[in-house]
Design a protein around this ligand. Sequence first.
Ligand code: PSV
Ligand code: MN
Length: 387
Amino acid sequence: MEFNQIADQLEHQAIELPSWAFGNSGTRFRVFSTPGTPRDPYEKIADAAQVHAHTGLAPTVALHIPWDTVDDYAQLASYAGELGVGLGTINSNTFQDEDYKFGSLCSHDRAVRQKAIDHHRACIEVMNATGSRDLKIWLADGSNYPGQADIGARQDRLAESLATIYAELSDDQRLVLEYKFFEPAFYHTDVPDWGTAYAQVSALGERAVVCLDTGHHAPGTNIEFIVAQLLRLGKLGSFDFNSRFYADDDLIVGAADPFQLFRIMHEVITNGGYGPQSPVAFMLDQCHNIEDKVPGQIRSVLNVQEATAKALLVDREALHNAQQANDVLGANAVLMDAYHTDVRADLAQWRQDRGLPGDPMKAFADSGYLERISADRVGGQQAGWGA
Ligand code: PSV
Ligand code: MN
């Protein structure tokens, strides 16, 4: 396959940026700040708009409530529109309140469950104001010690809580349930894996789907298999892309294992998850602990584009024929040929043909934006986890 045969298909790529990627973040040891870090959701959106302006790849920004609380969400949406981006997924947060120490939607305390449900109601109101399609739910619920919790009863309460929230959504809105096998709970989490997420969303209905965060799997997990399976079941709602070396590292997607990202995009494309009709939302879920945030996000979306281009280059007919002929090495060679193709010069040209900078990293560095926000954003409280 030649690059010009796939160039048009790259137009369909849209990668949603997480507002929290522009705030400060770190580990339990230290949160470092960077000059110019946004102080409010408006400044986060202004930074996100820079990523889209330089790449054409990131037309929407996901919000996290309450981190991105504003008085007027419609006004925030129109501000985003003025900068050339839109507001996307609304992420709920039931992990930073004392009341949720022993769980939220799964808690055995009815009042705590109700509080968590009410928070999701508030998130749906935000969605109504912003025009967002997706409510993404990631739960920190779980337990730390065997015997601490009644695991089955918690699943029942989760099903009941999710059904209550799902009933509040309008016909064009979706509930997206994200799984994670550990952290902050260390013995069990209430939505540890794709199977549990699938079982829970299947019981809700058609507009309930699964979010696959690439960092939320045990080492060695064949993530692309899960992608293929969820797509054939019609339940892959979204990705949270990031890289992990050890656990949920939230590093730049494609940094740790570009081959895995390619394999994931290959399964996405093979199983109908890519293109204008695809219901899959491609999001980043990353933190930039030590690198500058805006270029960190630019690097990330470019990495996804590069992996996508290579995956589109797979000669699917040749692959199919080799598979049918049990040509093990031939089939593998078809895939590896695409992976080893250097698409960087073609992508630079692709961008220039569309009025974008050939080298977005350099163009952003040359733009003086970082220097400007460092000088302008003085005083106030820099955003970070919890703000
Ligand atoms: C949890 O690790 C998670 O990946 C969830 O996606 C959250 O939405 C995100 O982090 C930020 O809280
Ligand atoms: Mn995530």
